[in-house]
Design a protein. Structure first.
Length: 453
């Protein structure tokens, strides 16, 4: 038993020491694990500051990112602090009568140097030399230097000039618009203008409609009660608000039972024109009349009695009664071969159209700017204004048409045939015209249905 007792005491002491050592080991291991956990948190905090992001388990929500946590070149870069406002103060400058860019800039504290810098910023800034009363410009100025300029030309276009370093750069801004199709149809009782306005067409669209068919229809002589027209055109909208009418896309005019149709078509390079359904141009070599919507006071008559001279004197042209100052248009492309006073004709212009044709415009009050002998003019271009110079009893335009030097009646002479669309555009034109012509057919059916009792 003593042996057992002697053996038990050392074993008890060993077991006591064992537990002490085991406790010390556990304490040391906990300390090591605690240090490693602290190091891990420090690394994550350092990564947050250096990279601007942290990696977390997918089931945890992301932590808010501090504003100062930014690093250039990182995958996710965050701006530090609020956005800095551009330097300078804005000035709103309204154009008054007699103003130009220099006087406007002077009101904003800018000198001639800034004016020259703007005009040298690009071709687009040349429009700033043609400012009109009521227009507005906004200029941002900092310490006597222009930093930014905005010129609202209209609801669709603006000019933006901004300083980059020591240079000003100009950019034209085209605002996007929504184009909606609209249509109108009407029957004429008295005049095209009255019918067009009753159908809701603007004056611009009425004039465009007359211009489309002006080579085939004399809107002074040929219009009859019961004539009718249908028009498909564009309306331009921006942000749900109508800005203005666009172009006519297709139109039909029924004059004394004869049907005329035209479709607008644009070719490469941006040029557009109107063609009939077969692709023949609506544009003839000559317009039928040189003035818009006037009455004829004297026709072509070789046995007419002159109202001033009171004797028989051939009247080899047509007189269009119109108010003084009414614009006179060239009826065809040509060259000015005479501009001046010509006896009883008073102030006169003579145009030569190729080798065979010439036209004369007399009793003018004044000439359009830039129209002088030797200059070329375009069909439809305003070349002068109605007056009563020379032997005239009242304001009117005397118009003559000559072929190979021989006077012909402008109201009945046959004009050269229309020019067809180029063969390379023909199929594309037909594809464009087909749906528009179908819409005109639909409008006609609807008009006929409304007329039926």
């Amino acid at each position: 038993m003593s042996f057992r007792s002697s053996q038990t005491a050392p074993y008890a002491r060993f077991r006591h020491i064992h537990w002490v050592l085991l406790g010390v080991a556990l304490i040391g291991l906990g300390a090591v694990l605690g240090l490693r956990s602290g190091d891990a948190r420090a690394v994550r905090s350092s990564n947050l500051s250096a990279q601007g992001e942290i990696t977390l388990p997918l089931e945890l929500p992301p932590l808010p990112l501090p504003a100062e946590a930014t690093t250039a070149g990182s995958a996710n870069t965050h701006q530090a602090g609020p956005r800095r406002e551009p330097a300078g103060d804005w000035h709103e400058l309204e154009v008054r009568r007699g103003d130009n860019l220099s006087t406007l800039f002077a009101r904003a504290g800018l000198g001639a140097t800034e004016v020259y810098a703007v005009l040298a910023a690009g071709a687009d800034t040349q429009t700033l030399q043609r400012l009109y009363p009521g227009e507005k410009l906004r200029a941002r100025v900092d310490e006597g230097r222009l930093q930014e300029l905005i010129y609202e030309q209209d609801a669709l276009r603006a000019l933006h000039v901004i300083r980059t370093g020591d240079q000003l750069r100009a950019q034209r801004i085209e605002r996007p618009v929504e184009r909606r199709l609209a249509h109108s149809t009407a029957t004429i009782d008295s005049s095209l203008f009255v019918a067009g306005q009753a159908a809701g067409l603007s004056d611009k669209l009425i004039m465009e409609l007359a211009g489309i068919f002006g080579w085939d229809i004399d809107f002074v002589l040929d219009i009859r009660a019961g004539d009718r027209f249908s028009v498909i055109y564009e309306e331009l909208y921006r942000e749900g608000e109508k800005l203005r009418d666009g172009h006519i896309l297709a139109a039909e005019f029924v004059n004394q039972g004869r049907v005329y149709r035209a479709v607008r078509y644009g070719k490469e390079g941006g040029s557009t024109d109107f063609y009939d359904p077969k692709g023949m141009s609506m544009r003839k070599a000559f317009l039928r009349t040189p003035v818009d919507f006037t009455r004829i006071s004297s026709r072509f008559n070789l046995r007419r009695k002159h109202p001033v001279l009171n004797r028989i004197r051939a009247h080899r042209g047509v007189d269009y009664a119109a108010a003084s100052g009414t614009p006179v248009k060239a009826t065809g492309d040509g060259k000015v071969v005479f501009r001046g006073v010509k006896g009883g004709y008073g102030k006169t212009i003579v145009l030569q159209h190729g080798t065979r044709y010439s036209t004369l415009y007399a009793h003018l009050s004044r000439y359009a700017r830039g129209v002088r002998a030797g200059r070329r003019v375009r069909q439809g271009q305003v070349i002068a204004y109605v007056g009563q110079t020379g032997l005239a009893t009242g304001p009117h335009l005397h118009y003559e048409f000559r072929i190979d030097g021989v006077h012909r009646n402008p109201l009945t002479v046959k004009f050269p045939d229309a020019i067809p669309i180029a063969p390379r555009y023909k199929q594309d034109f037909l594809n464009t015209a087909k749906p528009l012509l179908a819409q005109l057919d639909t409008l006609n059916r609807a008009t006929v249905a409304l007329r039926q009792p």
